[in-house]
Design a protein. Structure first.
Length: 480
């Protein structure tokens, strides 16, 4: 990098930094809090699957999550939080390795990343906790990829390592497209759902005497499809409460999106073509099913948190709630994830400190789930792994949610398929050089692509500088 380039980048970074300081508003007054005591803190990692931003941003008010609402009052809520990759396996690989997809080459689902270089020899977060004197407990949907034989046992101390799966699936008569896509009010026992069994096991663990500090990871399979949940969660809703189209959908929204964006929106094109815009009745049912699955996941979250709060570990446990990725419910004529738009790159992140510091604060500072690895190394006094975890410790923001934060949140979905989110803007660029830019101050659903507006050149340049210098070649897998 020559001196002038460097000077220019410094100038842009300074502009960005000033923007962050200006925009990182919080809804409550911040008081400084000191952490005290020398006892090592425990960690509860609570992962949900495919969480929609409407729910935690309150922009589709009909969706009911009383348990998470209550938890949010005790936690710091990062409203602008994003995943490193917008699909299950790759997002989780980044969380558990602390390495970005552009470093590992793991962009897509189905690539078997943990049995390939470099992740097959990269120390995982639970392995590091164990090496640092913690007990580890893990159940449910965690990696969403196979580890080398015996490595699962090296990650987790608990037995059995029951993981579960997405079922129960839609019976044939309820299917719209295959066993994952439909609407089923389930009448069987709750224990048919792996989430219920895993939560029962988590409660049992929290009720036991644990003689070491612990790192506990519970991954729920919901609200991910299939939209099968116990009937009582469907009964929470009147059909008119959750009617299509959702607030973020706009007819013709893809008209100003480059070709590569169209390609990503068509990854599961038949879902939109057969059950979305052309079929409002199915679309309504899918929205209702997603809401029911979300309320079902919320109930599970509440059960675990209640057990923690009644346990002897309540005041010495940091709770990190997040999703692996966001979820489209028809916006940009697309269902599910695997795009770089806000609905897909989103993850709700709520962090409750053991002393409840800054409880109820909502911040717009953009963070990334890749930041958990260095954050936990920092707070839990973990050893240094052989690799260099990327991301940044969130400690400055957890101690002062108004602290300055000079970095946008980065999400990628393939070589040169890049997005950066600042407190106000989302920038996207594709391999052919085409771009998108959205101003969230006026356009929360990213309807107006401003990338070709000459007045936005400086904003684009501020975000472009965060594009990685190089992208590791893809290690395989499939789109979607
Ligand atoms: Ca997911
Ligand atoms: Ca548009």
């Amino acid at each position: 990098m020559n001196f002038l380039t460097s000077l220019f980048q410094t100038f842009l970074l300074l502009l960005f930094f000033m923007g962050c300081a200006d925009k990182a508003a919080t809804t409550q007054t911040i008081a400084s809090t000191e952490h005290s005591g020398s006892k090592k803190m425990n960690v509860l990692f609570l992962i949900v699957d495919d969480w929609n931003s409407y729910v935690t941003k309150g922009t589709f008010p009909g969706i009911k999550t009383p348990e998470l609402d209550r938890f949010a009052e005790t936690a710091i809520h990062f409203q602008n939080a994003y995943c490193a990759a917008p699909v299950c396996g790759s997002s989780r690989a980044a969380v558990f390795s602390g390495l970005y997809p552009h470093t590992t080459g793991n962009y897509l689902n189905g690539s078997d990343p943990w049995r390939q270089e470099p992740l097959n020899t990269t120390e995982t977060l639970p392995e590091l906790f164990k090496r640092s004197g913690y007990e580890t407990w893990g159940r449910g949907k965690l990696y969403h990829a196979k580890l080398d034989e015996g490595r699962e046992e090296k990650n987790w101390d608990n037995r059995p390592l029951y993981a579960g799966g997405f079922g129960p699936f839609h019976p044939e008569e309820d299917q719209m497209i295959g066993k994952f896509w439909g609407y089923t009010e389930y009448m069987g026992p709750d224990e048919d759902f792996p989430d219920v069994k895993n939560v029962n096991a988590a409660i049992e663990y929290l009720n036991s005497d644990i003689d070491k500090p612990f790192f506990m990871a519970l991954g729920l399979w919901r609200p991910h499809t299939p939209f099968v949940a116990p009937k009582r969660f469907f009964d929470l809703y009147e059909p008119e409460d959750i009617a299509a189209p959702p607030p973020g959908w706009k007819e013709g929204d893809l008209d100003d999106v480059p070709a590569e964006g169209h390609r990503l929106s068509k990854i599961w094109g038949e879902r939109w073509d057969q059950t979305g815009g052309s079929n409002p009745s199915d679309w309504n049912k899918l929205l209702h099913g997603f809401a029911a699955n979300t309320s079902f996941a919320d109930w599970s979250i509440g059960r675990v948190l209640e057990a923690l709060d009644k346990s002897e570990y309540a005041d010495n446990t940091m709770v990190i709630f997040f999703s692996d990725n966001g979820y489209h419910m028809g916006e940009k004529d697309h269902f599910e994830k695997a795009t770089l738009w806000e609905m897909s790159a989103y993850t709700p992140i709520m962090i409750r400190m053991p002393d409840r510091a800054h409880a109820g604060v909502v911040t717009e500072t953009p963070i990334n789930s890749i930041d958990f690895f260095p954050t936990l190394m920092d707070y839990c006094g973990l050893q240094q792994p052989d690799h260099n975890p990327e991301g940044l410790s969130l400690r400055p923001l957890l101690e002062d949610p108004l602290a300055e934060w000079d970095r946008p949140s980065i999400t990628t979905y393939g070589v040169d398929i890049f997005s950066a989110r600042s407190p106000r803007y989302r920038y996207i660029s594709y391999p052919d050089g085409s771009e998108e830019l959205y101003d969230h101050a006026n356009d929360p659903y990213e309807w107006s692509n401003l990338a070709n507006d000459p007045k936005m050149e400086l904003i684009k340049n501020e975000l472009k500088v965060w594009k990685p210098d190089s992208f590791e070649a893809s290690n395989g897998g499939r789109d979607g």
